[in-house]
Design a protein around this ligand. Structure first.
Ligand SMILES: C[S@@+](CC[C@H](N)C(=O)[O-])C[C@H]1O[C@@H](n2cnc3c(N)ncnc32)[C@H](O)[C@@H]1O
Length: 227
């Protein structure tokens, strides 16, 4: 990245940082979801939304604003999420069955939208960060299989890399329409992309009752699995 590009990038970062403070959003990430929703019409009033990797809560704020009082929003994260009016939160790791079960119990029904802004702790080798991000995406797809309504939507972050094509194929096997997008609020030097998928195909759905009964619950197919 040239010095000029870096300068532009820093101004952009500062702009969204200040705007988040001014509008009382908990993170700059809020603007990524706002821009994605403005472009792809993800939310409708009254929707039920599951947000994976939701702390500190910037996406939860946007989701709640956009679905309104009749909507239902729940967020899950490894880190605590400070109280947000009208939003349910779960402290836990979505890759663990106990968290998945708690999510299904607390949510109580199917979702119109699944969001995942989950990110691994970065810092390792680039290809390792990518692999761990794809792994988290696979868990988000498992959540879709268990909780998303027919024709439901998914917005999911992934770090770019060589497994992108196979991940996209996995998403395409579940959704009618799949777009890959980089919102303006994402930093240019970052490797993150957002997959926006619509038209969930219900045939892949696992019945909710299957997971409330321990013995019948299907195993996750992730680590060292399909992707
Ligand atoms: C970029 S932050 C999310 C920011 C959030 N969308 C917002 O607007 O405030 C990514 C989050 O993913 C969470 N995360 C990563 N792995 C997770 C896992 N296995 N289960 C639950 N949360 C996870 C991290 O703890 C982190 O808070």
């Amino acid at each position: 990245m040239s010095l000029h590009d870096r300068w532009v990038e820093e101004r952009k970062h500062e702009h969204y940082y200040k705007l988040a403070k001014k509008l009382n959003y908990r993170s700059r990430a809020s603007f990524k979801l706002i821009q994605i929703d403005d472009r792809f019409n993800v939310f409708r009033e009254g929707d039920s939304v599951v947000d994976l990797g939701a702390s500190p809560g910037g996406w939860l704020q946007v989701a709640k604003e956009r679905v309104g009082d009749k909507g239902k929003v729940i967020g899950v994260d490894l880190r605590p999420i400070k109280y947000l009016e009208g939003v349910t939160t779960i402290l836990g790791d979505i890759t663990e069955d106990s968290t998945m079960r708690e999510l299904l119990e607390k949510f109580g029904g199917r979702a119109d939208v699944v969001l995942s802004d989950m990110a691994p702790n970065v810092g390792g080798a680039y290809s390792m960060d990518h692999a761990r991000s794809v792994d988290l995406c696979t868990y988000a797809l498992n959540v879709c299989d268990r909780i998303l309504k027919k024709n439901g939507k998914l917005v999911m972050k992934v770090f770019m890399g060589d497994m992108m094509d196979s991940l996209k194929k996995e998403v395409e096997s579940r959704f009618v329409s799949v777009k890959v997008h980089s919102p303006d609020a994402s930093r240019d030097e970052s490797s993150e992309l957002y997959i926006v998928a619509k038209g969930f195909k219900a045939s892949r759905n696992v019945k909710l009752k299957d997971i409330s009964e321990e013995e019948e619950r299907p195993e996750f197919t992730v680590k060292g699995g399909k992707i």
